[in-house]
Design a protein around this ligand. Structure first.
Ligand SMILES: *Cc1c(COP(=O)(O)O)cnc(C)c1O
Length: 482
């Protein structure tokens, strides 16, 4: 399997050579040359595999340049009972006749990003050791992504993490989660400023190409291909879990395989993109329901054909903060497929975004047919709907769900069809968003036992003013140069 760019400017490259990178050299995103197509009998043969075995069967189709035994060992090391709290890794809970919750948030930081990040940490360590290189990951976080990255990279050889966060602006839980990591390769920098200031400093460091190269500065943002790939696995896992009784009820094997729909609380389009890929590979997914919060850039696109990223002052702070995005950084990969993988057309659309702030494909003949072909539909939620859904799910099923998952469950109502299981992805644990849970239910969410004394633990971080020179000095004195 080789990898190309959505804008056509990357000579077909191996998995290893694209693993550590961000954007392709032409500003596009890296995608596989094609999606491996799996027929129904191959997919059925995976039904009873463990999470790690299933991950291996899927990833080996995309990671063809490493010995399979190495890939298998890296996967086995990532998807453990220790890290995810159950053998299933992503257990499925049935709510009622139709609706299910696929639990993606049982990893070390209690959000779905752990599933990809835990593997990424091991993949990065493997390739850095193999090449005798090191990498200094520099990032800015307002909470979730930073902690998932730190928990994935802690103690990994060849990797250091420098994570900027706005001082005093994260929840006490998130702060404690990150700052209580005492590993020597993790550097928490509490910046005097807001998230955008942190983001700007990261961009400024990366724009200094000489510095970036000398100090091997890298990122782990959501456009990393391996992260998307790792997420494909749980769509298969969820499908099998929801259809096992349907399969057992069938006689013979002649009928069509059962279908399911997924509903995905979305921000940067990374999670649902993995669902699209699973569907392209042949998994019988009927609908992929994309749920946004008030920041409805993506819902607007699926309803109108117009994609208009927002300015940062148009981006609202909501009670499902991990979905508060102004543009969806993975969306270009989906558009590339929608345009029959034409790099020139893809490039043209993103040039329009740069030049006039949006593109509009509603008058393109292919647009409706392609949308139908890809099975994606959308809806958006609001603070009121989140609160109502959290209440309703607690009253009816005695389950406390987090605000992001609530957005998903609120939106999927409109798309539930008789006889088709609707699997809603649970993307975080309610313990991370206690204020909203208290607002909805009047009680604090349950805190998993491993986190009960989190806020009493010792913390290690460095406070810093908004000063580029000072940040560079800090990196220089803590990271080896090439
Ligand atoms: C990151 C995140 C999302 C959004 O996922 P995308 O892949 O960016 O679409 C949703 N919910 C939670 C809790 C998250 O952390």
């Amino acid at each position: 399997m080789r990898y190309i760019s959505t804008r056509g400017g990357l000579t077909p490259s191996s998995f290893e050579s694209i693993l550590l990178g961000g954007l392709a050299p032409d500003g596009g995103l890296v995608v596989p040359e094609s999606y491996p197509r799996c027929d129904a009998s191959l997919i059925e043969s995976w039904r009873h595999l463990s999470y790690a075995e299933l991950a291996f069967e899927i990833l080996r189709l995309y990671v063809t340049d490493w010995p399979e035994s190495s890939l298998r060992a890296l996967i086995d090391k990532s998807y453990t009972l220790m890290a995810f709290g159950s053998r299933e890794v992503t257990p499925l809970t049935r709510l009622d006749e139709q609706r299910y919750l696929l639990r993606l948030s049982n990893g070390p930081t209690l959000a779905f990003k752990d599933i990809a990040m835990q593997l990424l940490g091991n993949l990065f360590e493997y390739v850095l050791l193999k090449r005798g290189e090191h990498l200094n990951i520099l990032g800015a976080t307002s909470g979730d992504t930073g902690s998932a990255a730190e928990y994935a990279m802690r103690g990994k050889r060849g990797v250091r993490v420098f994570m900027l966060s706005p001082h005093g602006k994260m929840s006490a839980f998130q702060t404690a989660q990150m700052f209580s990591l005492l590993d020597q390769n993790i550097f928490n920098i509490a910046l005097d400023g807001v998230f955008d200031d942190a983001q700007d400093l990261v961009k400024a460091v990366s724009a200094d190409l000489a510095f970036k190269d000398r100090y091997a500065i890298g990122t782990v943002n959501s456009i990393n291909w391996a992260r998307v790939l790792a997420q494909v696995v749980y769509y298969f896992k969820g499908y099998f879990a929801a259809t096992t009784s349907a399969m057992a009820d069938r006689e013979g094997g002649s009928a069509k395989p059962p279908e399911v729909s997924f509903c995905v609380p979305s921000g940067n389009f990374g999670n649902i993109l993995a669902g699209h890929i699973a569907r392209q590979m042949g998994l019988p997914i009927r609908r992929l329901v994309l749920a946004t919060n008030e920041n409805n850039v993506l819902d607007e696109f699926f309803r109108t054909g117009r994609y208009r990223p927002r300015l940062s002052n148009e981006t609202r702070q909501t009670s499902s903060p991990s979905m508060d995005i102004s543009k969806a950084s993975n969306f270009e990969r989906y558009m590339f497929d929608l345009l029959d993988r034409n790099p020139d057309e893809t490039r043209r659309l993103w040039t329009q975004v740069d030049e006039k702030g949006y593109f509009d494909v509603s008058s393109d003949q292919r647009w409706q047919t392609q949308l139908e072909r890809f099975g994606m539909v959308s809806g958006s939620s609001s603070h009121g709907l989140r609160i109502e859904t959290i209440k309703e799910v607690y009253a009816r099923y005695n389950e406390v769900i987090d605000p992001h998952t609530a957005d998903g469950l609120a939106v999927c109502k409109d798309y539930t069809e008789a006889g088709i299981p609707m699997i809603c992805l649970e993307t975080a644990q309610p313990a991370k968003f206690a204020d909203t849970i208290v607002e909805a239910l009047g009680i604090a969410p349950p805190v998993p036992s491993a986190f009960q004394h989190l806020q009493q633990r010792a913390q290690r971080f460095c406070r810093m003013p908004r000063d580029l020179a000072m940040l560079k000095t800090f990196i220089r004195s803590n990271a080896p140069a090439r």
